[in-house]
Ligand binder design. Structure first.
Ligand code: UGY
Ligand code: MN
Length: 300
């Protein structure tokens, strides 16, 4: 069984620091919204509904209401003692959806429904070693993820119905078809971060895992990036791509344009196009973040 990511462990790590700060300085927060970037610290989350899910609460931490973001990101918690169900790739037919499990277990089932774009075994790409008896029902543990293309029906279950509860990240965006003559929608993808091989990145110190295939039918990717204490981004990055970031473990300093923030597990960052960005890991343990990045589309 994989360990939970630390920010959900009540009373430890950054939760303890946040509780300490909240008690000592009521009203104080590092959260900040600027024209093209934002930092959303855990104490700023406000929970509400999540499209196409029942019996969950989700904090919408990034959305187009945030100056120019082209995606929507939630941190979601299953309500205790209730049956959580999510269906399909979001509220709109053209949406795609990505889910990454932080804690507990989420069951994903692909029904044989004839209208679903992932109704056959051949429409689901498995990037994990574990398989299900019938290749139709899968269990995602912490670090497990699923990508659902538009009009893909998937039934997600947790809570009472599955004797488990969980928390997870949801990302929704409108799918952008490729101009590269890709006729079909991308396949659904299912996997576990730990099974995805580390890729070398010349000149950089971090360890990189890209969770989705790098073919032109996918218009975004999710990266898991690990830094040992003292390691940092070598590139002082500026690029057209947008990012949605969740700190999963550890702590460090994030540079966003001209500001520098101490960050820790649980923090969310939105970075719009061309925001200067840089990170350095601090502390005694590895730091790790989950990063959305739009890819494989002509920026012109
Ligand atoms: O791929 C990236 O753009 C990534 N290295 N950016 C980041 O970590 N802020
Ligand atoms: Mn970047």
């Amino acid at each position: 069984k994989r360990a939970s990511y630390e920010y959900r462990e009540a009373g430890s790590g950054c939760m303890r620091q946040n509780a300490y700060l909240a008690a000592r300085f009521p009203g104080a927060t590092r959260s900040k919204l600027q024209r093209d970037w934002a930092l959303v610290a855990p104490e700023s989350r406000v929970f509400g509904f999540v499209p196409a899910f029942t019996n969950v609460v989700g904090a919408n931490v990034i959305s187009p209401a945030m100056n120019g973001a082209h995606f929507s990101m939630y941190v979601v918690m299953a309500l205790q003692n209730s049956a959580v169900r999510g269906i399909g790739s979001g509220s709109e037919a053209g949406n795609e959806r990505f889910i990454f499990v932080l804690e507990g277990a989420l069951q994903v089932e692909f029904p044989e429904d004839k209208d679903s774009t992932c109704n056959r075994k051949s429409r689901v790409l498995l990037r994990q070693n574990t398989s299900s008896p019938d290749d139709r029902i899968f269990t995602l543990l912490p670090g497990g993820f699923v990508y659902l293309p538009p009009r893909c029906e998937a039934i997600m279950t947790s809570g009472m119905a599955f004797n488990n509860t969980c928390s997870f990240v949801v990302l929704d965006r409108v799918y952008a078809p490729s101009s590269d003559n890709v006729a079909d929608l991308p396949l659904a993808v299912l996997g576990a971060e730990a099974d995805v091989p580390v890729e070398p990145v010349p000149g950089e110190m971090f360890m990189l895992r890209r969770l989705l295939p790098q073919t032109p039918d996918y218009d975004f990717n999710f990266h898991v990036m690990d830094y040992e204490p003292g390691e940092y981004l070598n590139a002082k990055e500026m690029h057209y791509n947008q990012h949605g970031l969740l700190m999963l473990e550890g702590q460090g300093i994030y540079r966003l344009a001209d500001e520098w923030f101490p960050v820790a597990a649980g923090d969310v960052i939105y970075m719009g196009p061309f925001v200067p960005q840089w990170y350095a890991a601090l502390g005694h343990k590895r730091s790790r973040y989950l990063l959305y990045k739009d890819t494989a589309r002509d920026p012109l």
